[in-house]
Design a binder for this molecule. Structure first.
Ligand SMILES: [Cu+2]
Length: 189
């Protein structure tokens, strides 16, 4: 009886070893199944597109400038003082600019003119000769890039123009005597 038990235990132990061996064999297919993760790796490239969308959001600004997108600028006066309420304005070269000049003064008439750098006083002097009928601006003058009409107290007007090439320009009111204090820098980027 004891010999038979030893034989049985020997057989059982052999079966156990076979079972373990088989188990280890089954573990191998699992190891080959792990290569599946590469699929999740390929799904990661689908995430990068959003980052590219961010730069795209920035580019529309310049493309909008060259396209049909209009850039709206606004400027007012400093009460009844002979001065604008802003010392500088800017726009992107080639962009379509719609500038609204609101004259909130209660007594003064003004205009807003974009002129070549360093020419505000000379343009105003020539505008004086041109007279009020020409909005105090020289007619057909290449130094004048854009301008509003004369704007009475409490009124507003717009100047629509294409921003010139990059550089420094000036804006000024050419109403007689105003050009000395009523001007600013216009930067085109
Ligand atoms: Cu003025």
């Amino acid at each position: 009886m004891r010999k038979s038990l030893l034989i049985l235990t020997a057989i059982l132990s052999a079966v156990m070893l076979l079972a373990i061996a088989c188990g280890s064999d089954e573990a191998d297919p699992n190891a080959t199944a792990t290569p599946a993760p590469p699929n999740t790796v390929t799904s990661i490239p689908t995430d990068p597109p959003p980052p590219t969308a961010m730069p795209v959001a920035d580019t529309p600004v310049p493309t909008g400038g060259t396209g049909g997108g209009a850039v709206e600028l606004a400027i007012d006066v400093n009460g009844d003082a002979l001065a604008f309420n802003a010392a500088s304005l800017s726009a992107t070269a080639g962009s379509e600019v719609v500038l609204t000049f609101n004259n909130s003064s209660s007594v003064n008439t003004h205009n807003w003119a974009l002129v070549e750098a360093g020419t505000k006083d000379a343009v105003a002097t020539d505008g004086l000769a041109a007279g009020q009928d020409n909005n105090w601006l020289p007619v057909g003058d290449s130094r004048v890039i854009a301008a509003t009409i004369l704007v009475g107290p409490g009124e507003s007007a717009q100047a629509t123009f294409t921003a010139p090439s990059a550089g420094a320009y000036q804006f000024v009111c050419t109403f007689p005597g105003h050009n000395f204090t009523m001007f600013g820098e216009f930067t085109v980027n």
